[in-house]
Design a protein around this ligand. Sequence first.
Ligand SMILES: Nc1ncnc2c1ncn2[C@@H]1O[C@H](COP(=O)(O)OP(=O)(O)OP(=O)(O)O)[C@@H](O)[C@H]1O
Length: 210
Amino acid sequence: MGNRFIVIEGNIGAGKTTLATKLADEMKAKLVLETFEDNPFLPKFYKDQKRYAFPLELSFLAARYQQLKSDLKQGDLFNSIIIADYYLMKSFIFAKITLSDDEFRLYRQFFDLIRSFSAKPDILFYIHREVSVLKNNIMNRGRVYEKDLDTEYLSSVSRGYFNYFKEVRDFPVVVVDATEADFQNKKYYREFAELLNRKFPCGVTNIKVI
Ligand SMILES: Nc1ncnc2c1ncn2[C@@H]1O[C@H](COP(=O)(O)OP(=O)(O)OP(=O)(O)O)[C@@H](O)[C@H]1O
């Protein structure tokens, strides 16, 4: 039967969207991309994190739930391959970093409700890049509100993902060390694409793309 629901994850600026789009194109798969450009709280959050974190996290959670619900209908999962550039847990990982303890407790109640409706991936690939590389990518793409994104924030997002992966038992998580690999380059892209033909055990496997 193979992998039907494939997730490409990674820190901010890891190159998830480009890679997921290329793969979906090649595999004639349905592409599910995270939408964030229309989120009015995101630019505000980067200016004043304390004040806007809670509405930001709730709005992301609501938007992602809506999207996954409509894009991952049961029928779709049987009929076609789906490639997404995020997994619902991303919301949880970010919220744990951005919210205060009491806000997070409240957030968690909503998250647990929503989580019970969401599909589990058949496989999740996490593109790992060093923070200095992420910072470079973020600067080069030039989204104004991300210009002051600091190293500590990016490091805490990476730690958040790795802590979560330690708990995953029911699907394979492939951590792809791609610090030296640009997937715009055909050689690296092919090397990554070949991983999709391999079988991985549940839990974490570390791979380096060279
Ligand atoms: N739950 C969240 N809480 C706070 N910020 C978030 C959350 N989800 C997304 N963001 C922000 O939205 C923006 C887009 O995030 P994301 O990492 O998905 O895209 P990206 O950096 O364009 O990815 P890539 O370059 O890997 O394709 C980033 O500024 C990110 O920090």
